[in-house]
Write a protein that binds this ligand. Structure first.
Ligand code: ADP
Ligand code: MG
Length: 719
């Protein structure tokens, strides 16, 4: 078959050639003309309007100014002025051009292409300067503006898309250096879109276009690049976003349909005796939410389909209990269960708690971590292989190749974000019985449901939306350095009352060294203010050996230390009910969800609890907002939503967009929640009527979902 324009190598686009093609490939991952036209502008400018210099301000986006050149100055690398007449242009490092439009003056600055610009910008001549305004030494300034004789009427060029707005394309330093400036991009795009348009095929069935009021694919392509007007742009944008999200949802839901149709799960019909013993011996009554979730899990496990469930519950909502009961269903049906924790400290803590719950049930858990000794390790390997170990708690060590299970039936993953999908897949393969184990992923990162299902792929979602009764609200207070003496007095008072205190320092990897320095300085400060005797302070951080960490953690958990100084990496999930104060140092450096997680470490006992956010004096707008939100609410879902609005889900802890089966080009999971919901519903109703997408009117859908890019990294199918 003949290649269409879309498949044509980008180097054959007029104005590109092999060198620029290589650059486009490297910088924008563009190989063909089809790829190129999928690079959309990230902003649009109405180029029909011209601004007076007097009205221009540095916080404006791109603007156009019409002004006359009054002065041109050249400077060498030392910043010395050079005489234009004998200037050797390769010695010129900077050209400053002063222009005026009668309302004020502006400086245009050039560092590159000076010789050519110099010849163009003749004194007293008028030009259009297009660029982003800034202020330098009190004067309006534009660095590397585009310079034209006439105001651009949308797109100039040979094609005349008759557009009143012009798009700004993503650019990089390297692209600009290689001659692909914003203006060149636009010009290339005109050609590319013109070549692409005749071969654009519709990718959505007609009935969907009509039902959803979507514009056709070619209209969308034309208007996303060269919008006829604002309304056309909006329609184009909506269509492209919808399409992207719709196909994402369709592929996810289709996989789910296949998983459900296949009888590929281990059937676990009983709850078993141990479950009942444990349940009846609980020191508290399960919350309604815990009960509901356990029922959902039970239904999955006896269905004959593989369970693939995400359990969301705020910190302290009692997920561990659910994990224990779930594991007991597995052992009650003669299968092994494994519970994965992201860190050694957490694995040990789970092991302790779980051992407690399992007393009297006859089921004994084992633990395997990186620091398990060789002899111990061998014993555990044997126990897993011969099936004598029913429940194993562990860390990444469980992924090792020499670990095999006799009949692994359930994998529970706590705090999902530390485990990649690939790692999960490795566990599947450890199951000898041939069927993939049931999977329960637990997370305290509360994210909206549709988003969760999208981010985590083909998962069902359960939510524990209720905290155990009797929790006292945690008082959250922001304070600065001046109030440190008061903080220390308060800590002493709490310690005198028999309580314990966490002091947490940020650890952000780019500046790890400095962070440790802060931690050490902080620790010294604490030890000086809280001398031994009577005060005992322990410290835990990532540079300690596992034994050291364990020793210090245990000391704090057992009440042998009053204060635990720690880095943020260590602590997630640590349960010390007697700790009533959480001090977070440099709180402005933490994200909302992390602050919330940390705060969740206190308020677990019956005492009044406090979270103190220590911050610097000068906070960015975002930091300030985060601190205010923390003081205003304890609701994790509310905080997560705010977090997402502020940062986008790509940054939300544990929710990397890279986990998606396809990369999103134009839609944003954070900002397009409404379209996402709509797309999911629409995909669901299409599949309800035609689960295999075999009706003729769904031919396009079947074709699209069948493409390689949707070939699911569907690890639930690997067994
Ligand atoms: P998380 O969801 O953060 O993992 P945990 O499972 O660690 O929460 O539970 C937090 C605390 O609440 C634990 O001390 C646990 O014993 C207690 N807990 C769990 N469920 C209940 C309940 N139904 N009633 C009272 N306390 C509970
Ligand atoms: Mg937990």
């Amino acid at each position: 078959m003949e290649k269409t324009a879309l498949e044509t190598d980008i180097q054959f686009l007029p104005g590109v050639g092999p060198k620029r093609a290589a650059l486009l490939k490297k910088e924008l991952n563009v190989s063909t003309i089809g790829d190129f036209v999928r690079i959309y502008p990230f902003r649009y400018i109405d180029r029909s309007s011209i601004i007076a210099i007097r009205d221009a301000a540095p916080d404006m986006a791109y603007i156009q100014i019409r002004a006359r050149v009054t002065q041109v100055n050249l400077y060498n690398s030392k910043g010395e002025s050079m005489d234009a007449s004998d200037a050797k242009f390769n010695a010129v490092r900077r050209m400053s051009v002063i222009v005026t439009d009668g309302t004020g003056y502006m400086e245009a600055v050039f560092f590159k292409g000076i010789k050519w610009m110099y010849s163009r910008l003749q004194p007293d001549e008028e030009f259009i300067f297009f660029g982003k305004p800034s202020v330098f030494k009190g004067r309006l300034n534009m660095v590397h503006p585009e310079v034209d004789k006439e105001p651009a009427r949308g797109n100039t060029g040979n094609l005349n898309f008759n557009s009143s707005m012009s798009g700004i394309y993503p650019g990089t330093e390297k692209l600009r250096n290689g001659g692909i400036t914003g203006k060149v991009m636009s010009r290339l795009m005109e050609n590319a879109v013109n070549m692409a348009l005749p071969c654009i095929e519709e990718t959505l069935p007609k009935y969907l276009l009509i039902e959803k009021g979507l514009v056709p694919a070619d209209f969308a392509l034309r208007n996303i690049h060269f919008p006829k007007d604002a309304a056309a742009l909006e329609k184009a944008r909506y269509r492209l976003k919808f399409e992207e999200l719709f196909y994402l949802q369709l592929s996810l839901l289709k996989q789910r349909y296949i998983r459900r149709r296949n009888e590929n799960g281990i059937r676990m019909p009983k709850v078993g005796e141990a479950f009942n013993i444990c349940y009846n011996a609980l020191p508290f009554r399960l919350t309604g939410a815990q009960k509901r979730v356990i029922t959902e899990i039970r239904d999955d496990m006896k269905s004959g389909h593989q369970m693939n469930r995400l359990l969301q519950g705020d910190v302290g909502s009692g997920k561990t209990m659910v994990a224990v009961l779930t594991a007991l269903i597995a052992t009650g049906n003669g299968f092994q269960a494994c519970i994965m924790a992201p860190t050694e400290v957490l694995a040990r803590q789970h092991f302790r708690n779980i051992s407690g719950y399992l007393e009297g049930t006859g089921v004994k858990p084992a633990i395997l971590t990186g620091s398990s000794r060789t002899a111990e390790r061998r014993e555990i390997h044997n126990g897993l292989e011969d099936g004598s170990i029913g429940i194993i708690v562990g860390t990444h060590a469980l992924f090792e190749d020499n670990v095999t299970f006799r009949n692994l039936g359930l994998v529970i993953i706590d705090e999902q974000h530390r485990f990649g999908v690939e790692q999960r897949a490795r566990l599947w393969r450890k199951s000898v019985c041939g069927l993939p184990p049931h999977v329960l992923v637990m997370t305290a990162t509360p994210i909206p449901r549709t988003l969760a299902m999208t981010l985590y792929g083909d998962l069902d979602v359960s939510v524990i939306d209720e905290l155990p009764p009797g929790r006292k609200p945690i008082q959250t207070i922001a304070a600065n350095e001046r109030r440190r003496p008061a903080l220390f007095r308060f800590m002493k008072e709490q310690i005198r009352l028999g309580r314990q205190v966490f002091v947490v320092y940020p650890l952000i990897f780019e500046s790890e060294k400095m962070d440790y320095k802060n931690l050490e300085t902080g620790y010294e400060q604490i030890v000086a203010a809280f001398p031994f005797p009577p005060y005992k302070t322990a410290i835990v951080h990532g540079q300690q050996s596992n034994d050291e960490k364990k020793f210090n953690m245990d000391a704090f958990a057992a009440g042998r230390a009053d204060i635990l100084v720690a880095t943020s990496v260590i602590e997630v999930g640590v349960d010390v009910p007697n700790a009533s104060v959480m001090v977070i140092e440099s709180a402005e450096r933490f994200g909302l969800s992390q602050l919330h997680q940390l705060r969740g470490r206190v308020g677990r006992g019956s005492e009044e609890s406090y979270c103190i956010l220590m911050t610097g004096d000068r906070l960015s707008k975002d930091s300030k907002r985060r601190i205010e939100l923390m003081c205003a609410t304890e609701n994790g879902f509310e905080l997560a939503e705010e977090d997402m609005k502020m940062r986008g889900p790509g940054d939300l802890e544990g929710t990397q967009q890279s986990g998606l089966p396809i990369e999103l080009n134009i839609a944003s999971l954070a900002k397009d929640g409404m379209i996402l919901n709509d797309a999911r519903q629409c995909a669901q109703s299409v599949l309800d009527k035609d689960p295999t997408l075999s009706h003729p009117e769904n031919r396009l859908l079947a074709e699209e979902v069948g493409k390689d890019k949707y070939k699911a990294r569907d690890y639930s199918q690997i067994s």
